[in-house]
Design a protein around this ligand. Structure first.
Ligand code: 5RP
Length: 237
């Protein structure tokens, strides 16, 4: 079983949660894209839902599949958001933002009655932090904000480099909201709540990739004997 097979298996399980008439948050990344692809097939078969995409990439994919879309302003309350994650811990705390969409992903998930994560089982960790924590920052005063983020990280007992995320051509990554991303390479985040609060206290920080108390469940697919074994963390109902 390859990574794409596992992502598709998790996405297929999440599709079982979709009911006609639902208002759905559509996540970003390769696993969310697998879900959107399967959802597109159901829509072609007559399923009526409305989706709110968490990125321009997801918007383009969903539009191409004929999925009816709305803005979050038109649909400010959603029934369910399905999205991927970079790490999931046993308390359903997440690191997200590997695809630089964390701000819209968090806004959409927060506006949803339920958020269900879909991921390859390799994303499950005991302690968050091996994946670099994405922090979305305003371009204004970037150097000052970068230093303040480094100080906030150190104050909360974390250690490691904080680096501006760059594109292959060397320029800084620009998010859909026109911001930049600082990636905090921390190894371990012993107290995600303290770190999240410390980051929010830095004025140039727009949002951070710690999703704390937001996800209701995670569908994790792991290869076993040539097929995908699904583990559910939390409750799908
Ligand atoms: C994008 C995200 C993605 O959900 C996360 O990076 C996981 O992506 P993938 O499913 O491709 O592993 O947070 O900002």
């Amino acid at each position: 079983m390859s990574g794409p097979d596992l992502r598709r298996a998790a996405a297929a399980r999440a599709l079982d949660l979709v009911e006609p008439g639902m208002r759905l948050g559509l996540g970003t990344g390769s696993t969310a894209a697998a879900f959107v692809a399967l959802l597109g097939e159901r829509v072609r078969g007559g399923l009526d839902i409305v989706g709110v995409p968490t990125s321009e990439a997801t918007r383009a994919q969903a539009e191409g599949l004929g999925i009816r879309l709305a803005t979050l302003d038109a649909q400010p309350e959603l029934d369910l958001t399905i999205d991927g994650a970079d790490e999931v811990d046993p308390q359903l705390r997440l690191i997200k933002g590997g695809g630089a969409a964390l701000l819209r992903e968090k806004i959409v998930a927060f506006a949803s009655r339920r958020m269900v994560v879909i991921a390859d089982g390799a994303k499950r960790v005991e302690t968050l932090g091996a994946f670099p924590l994405p922090i979305e920052v305003n371009p204004f005063g970037l150097t000052a904000t970068h230093r303040a983020v480094e100080a906030a990280v150190a104050r909360t007992g974390c250690a490691g480099a904080v680096r501006l995320r760059l594109r292959p051509d060397g320029g800084p990554v620009v998010t859909d909201g026109g911001h930049h991303i600082l990636d905090a390479h921390l190894g371990r985040i012993p107290d995600p709540e303290s770190l999240g609060a410390a980051l929010w206290a830095v004025p140039g920080v727009v949002e951070h990739g710690l999703f704390l108390g937001i996800a209701d469940a995670a569908i994790l697919a792991t290869a076993r004997d040539g097929s995908a074994d699904i583990t559910i963390l939390g409750s799908l109902t």
